[in-house]
Design a protein around this ligand. Structure first.
Ligand code: TNX
Length: 525
């Protein structure tokens, strides 16, 4: 009898172990010799033992309410009932977000090195909960010591090519939080629509936020739907998003594109282009020759005024100014641009682009902010304090780090989440092929860099360009499961990376996506 019990409990404990599937993989995870489970019910209190941990308690309760249909009482004093204790532990890790966690018969203890760490401990707890709706939620006894590997763990969303409602932007921010990521790069302007209210320039959203049609199918397309399409966020809504993100320890980085990808702005204010227009908010995808005129001082005044309204909305120290894909055709034909080049002894249009970016950088720096630009900003000379987002592969990032600039890696071949993730996609995408395994294999620190240069790699980011994503459902399909893979790349120690193990944990994560009601790609090829 004793023996049967022993074998039975062995199986029981093994099955309990099997339930622990955390993504991203924690730095250290230990299961006790005697397995067991603590059961969370509607009576289990959340005990706030440290000050300023309300965001974590609220997030936990919102999640429980939405997924399991109940919330927990929040208290500041521990009673006799075991609960979920939220606290601080001194962990001295250089990157904010470290936490300790212990689950035992005494309940759940989470100690973050700061409020961010405690919040991430809560994210781990959510991953220990059952993947089916229930009113009692057993979580396995364990201890975890965990901290992030990179300080910049980002996800981007292009809301210009297609516009997404505020409710979805919030959901997207929740997805970022659930993956212990901490930056949301909001691509707010592009050729196909200007999406942020600027009070001084109402035409940006009156005219610039709307296009008169959209191509059908993959570029060059099979026609145009001729439907008026657009939308924008008011400054009040932007503040709401920034605040929503801050409660999840996510920094929002706005992107205002210059000097290229400017058709929407030029449509609203044609005098800002080299020819004076007329221009149109673009109805198809790609790169367009009409860009901000680099020879016209009123362009700089305009962009500074725009930024004067944008920067106070975003507490982030970074402002993304784009800088990518700026054809030089219109500058080559423009007398004002020629004069600017002659006056400043610029030898070609690349140096003119560099002049443009550096002039804007000076202004942005004077407001206490740092610019981020796509890797084209290296051409013609890098602005002195710029952070480089390396997208056309890793070379731009390598070069920038060698010049002692900070870098965020976003190479197309690993983290472009608009690229196909399957050889047989069932809907149109931009093409190429980045399956989840490819994203998972990404190493953000290039071998070409020495230890000092490597310190400039702040982290990496997944980019979600939405030419072929008209709906939130499609966005979800494109980010899942690659976002889970990326989160492990950015959070977990490099030596813990193990595809086979990740693939197993992903099976459990698929159930969780279903529980969230989110759309995802089930094919792992
Ligand atoms: C390149 S990445 C772009 C975007 C497109 C994307 C499509 C970058 C800085 N520019 O404008 O949407 O490719 O993958």
């Amino acid at each position: 009898m004793k023996r049967i019990w022993f074998i039975a409990s062995l199986f029981l404990s093994m099955s309990m172990y099997a339930q622990v599937n955390i993504i991203p993989q924690p730095v250290e995870l230990k299961m006790p010799e005697t397995a067991g489970q603590f059961v969370i019910t509607a009576k289990t209190p959340i005990i706030l033992e440290g000050a300023g941990l309300e965001n974590s308690a609220r997030f936990l309760n919102d999640y429980l309410k939405q997924i399991y249909g109940f919330t927990l009482p929040i208290t500041k004093k521990a009673g006799t009932t075991p609960g979920i204790r939220l606290n601080f532990d001194r962990l001295n890790h250089p990157i904010p977000g470290a936490y300790n966690m212990e689950i035992s018969a005494k309940g759940v203890y989470i100690g973050g090195d700061n409020a961010t760490g405690t919040f991430y401990g809560v994210q781990t707890l959510l991953q220990l909960l059952p993947t089916a709706k229930a009113s009692s939620l057993p979580v396995s006894y364990l201890t975890i010591k965990d901290h992030p590997r990179f300080q910049y763990r980002g996800l981007h969303l292009d809301v210009s090519r297609h516009f997404f409602p505020l409710s979805f932007v919030k959901k997207y921010i929740d997805y970022i939080a659930l993956h212990k990521m901490n930056y949301f790069h909001w691509h707010l302007t592009d050729d196909q629509g200007w999406r942020i209210e600027i009070k001084k320039y109402p035409n940006l959203t009156k005219a610039g936020a709307w296009r008169n049609g959209t191509i059908i199918g993959r570029y060059p397309g099979t026609g145009n739907d001729s439907l008026r399409y657009g939308g924008f966020y008011t400054q009040k809504e932007v503040k709401e998003i920034v605040d929503y993100a801050a409660k999840r320890y996510i920094t929002v980085v706005p992107e205002i594109e210059m000097p290229g990808h400017a058709s929407a702005a030029l449509t609203a204010y044609p005098h800002l282009g080299c020819t004076g227009g007329p221009y149109q908010v673009q109805q198809t995808w790609g790169v367009f020759n009409d860009v901000f005129c680099a020879g016209n001082d009123s362009v700089f005044t305009f962009l500074q005024n725009v930024l004067d309204e944008v920067m106070p909305l975003f507490p982030a120290k970074y402002v993304h100014i784009g800088g990518d894909e700026c054809p030089k055709d219109s500058w080559k034909k423009c007398p004002k641009c020629h004069k600017r080049m002659a006056d400043n002894k610029l030898k070609d249009e690349h140096e003119l682009q560099s002049y443009f970016v550096q002039r804007m950088e000076k202004y942005i720096n004077s407001k206490g902010k740092t610019i981020i630009g796509w890797d084209e900003i290296l051409e013609g000379g890098l602005a002195p304090n710029a952070v480089v987002m390396s997208w056309r592969g890793e070379q731009g990032g390598i070069e920038a780090a060698k010049q002692n600039h900070d870098v965020i890696m976003t190479p197309t071949n690993f983290v472009y989440l608009d690229y196909s993730q399957s050889k047989q996609e069932d809907s149109v995408t931009i093409g190429n092929y980045v399956p989840v395994k490819k994203t998972y294999s990404y190493e953000p620190v290039p071998k070409e860099l020495n230890a000092d240069q490597s310190k400039h790699i702040l982290g990496a980011q997944g980019n979600v360009w939405t030419e072929y994503m008209k709906t939130p459902k499609k966005v979800e399909y494109m980010i899942f499961p690659r976002l889970s893979a990326l989160s492990e790349v950015l959070w977990s120690p490099a030596e813990k990376r193990n595809w086979d193990d990740f693939e197993k944990r992903l099976q459990e994560q698929f159930k969780r996506y279903t529980l969230w009601g989110t759309n995802y790609n089930k094919k792992l090829e």
